[in-house]
Design a protein around this ligand. Structure first.
Ligand code: GSH
Length: 311
């Protein structure tokens, strides 16, 4: 059975209240790309659901034992349907389509279905978290990367407190460390950025050859629910410059169509990321350390100026 909640669900998409175990409950984080994909699938399918925010930023709630017991990889989203726990956004969206009434979001034709699954797999394999952190420039980017060290410390504390989850925590520590290593490697980051352009180019080719409003044929499918938040994230990081001025015209038109659907707003898909939002999501210990460091530097500068008689 899923863990009981310690606080009330937020209001997004909520219809049924008090449904911890019964009904559909989504554990998510507003800005998380994978959470946006699942919210979009739920909204497009017309499934009533309640939600519980798991703060993957500042509070690292996704590393708390109660959540790691629900989702051993310590990631959002997690869907709980009548007590059944479902993880992995790509699997969750398929589950939603197969278990609820509403418009079908997967084609019947096996070839079209294989194409849809291929596009979902392409997005799922893309290291979007690394791209997001890597694209944050300047001081904000520096702080965000520093925050990953604090995450490892938090994970070690929880690993000591919950020995039954030792394996899951050790794996998560390995994941976060590898994430940090990639972020420190400019060649690896460059390869990810180039891969993004390859994926967007392939998307443009697909839309050009298809000449249909959606990624797979004439009907909206799960591939669209997966790729819309991905394009919104690319927009948040780079604006529209990757597909503006006649570059990737089909991607530009497709994104505009998906963005115009009511589900984009109803599922709270984010296409901007403000620096203040990023800072607000950093672990408090990092903010404290950086503030103390800046104060110390200012103190040394003032002392030096005083010694040479300039103040
Ligand atoms: N698609 C995958 C990826 C999930 C994922 O990486 N979620 C990110 C947010 S989009 C997360 O929770 N990151 C927090 C962390 O790894 O600490 C899944 O659902 O299993």
């Amino acid at each position: 059975m899923p863990a009981r909640l310690s606080s009330e669900g937020d209001s997004l998409g909520s219809v049924a209240q008090d449904a911890d175990d019964l009904g559909v409950k989504l554990y998510h984080y507003p800005l998380s790309l994978c959470s946006q994909q699942v919210r979009l699938a739920l909204v497009e399918k017309g499934v009533p659901f309640t939600t519980q925010i798991v703060d993957i930023g500042r509070a690292c709630e996704n590393y708390q034992p109660w959540y790691m017991r629900l989702n051993t990889r310590g990631v959002v989203p997690t869907l709980v349907h009548d007590g059944e726990v479902m993880t992995c956004s790509a699997r969750i969206v398929g589950y939603i389509d197969e278990h609820f009434p509403g418009p079908p979001l997967q084609p019947d034709d096996p070839d079209a279905r294989a194409v849809m699954e291929d596009w979902i797999a392409r997005q799922d394999a893309f290291p979007i978290q690394v791209l997001t952190y890597g694209a944050l420039g300047g001081f904000i980017g520096f702080l965000a990367r520093l925050g990953l060290r604090a995450r490892v410390r938090v994970l070690k504390v929880y690993r000591r407190r919950a020995p039954d989850l030792e394996h899951a925590y050790t794996q998560k520590i390995i994941d976060v460390r590898s994430w940090r290593r990639t972020l420190r490697n400019p060649h690896a980051l460059e390869a990810i950025r180039r891969d993004l352009e390859v994926q967007l180019g392939a998307l443009d080719d697909r839309l050009t050859s298809q000449q249909t409003p959606y990624l797979v044929g004439d009907e909206y499918t799960l591939a669209d629910a997966i790729w819309t938040p991905m394009l919104a994230r690319v927009h948040a990081l780079y604006g529209d410059r990757l597909w503006a001025a006649g570059r990737l015209p089909q991607v530009a038109a497709y994104y505009a169509r998906m963005r115009a659907r009511p589900s984009f707003r109803l599922a709270h898909v984010h296409d901007t990321l403000r620096p203040t939002t990023i800072v607000g999501h950093l672990p408090p210990t990092i903010l404290l350390r950086v503030t103390l460091l800046l104060l110390a530097i200012a103190g040394v500068v003032l002392l030096l100026l005083w010694l040479v008689g300039l103040v």
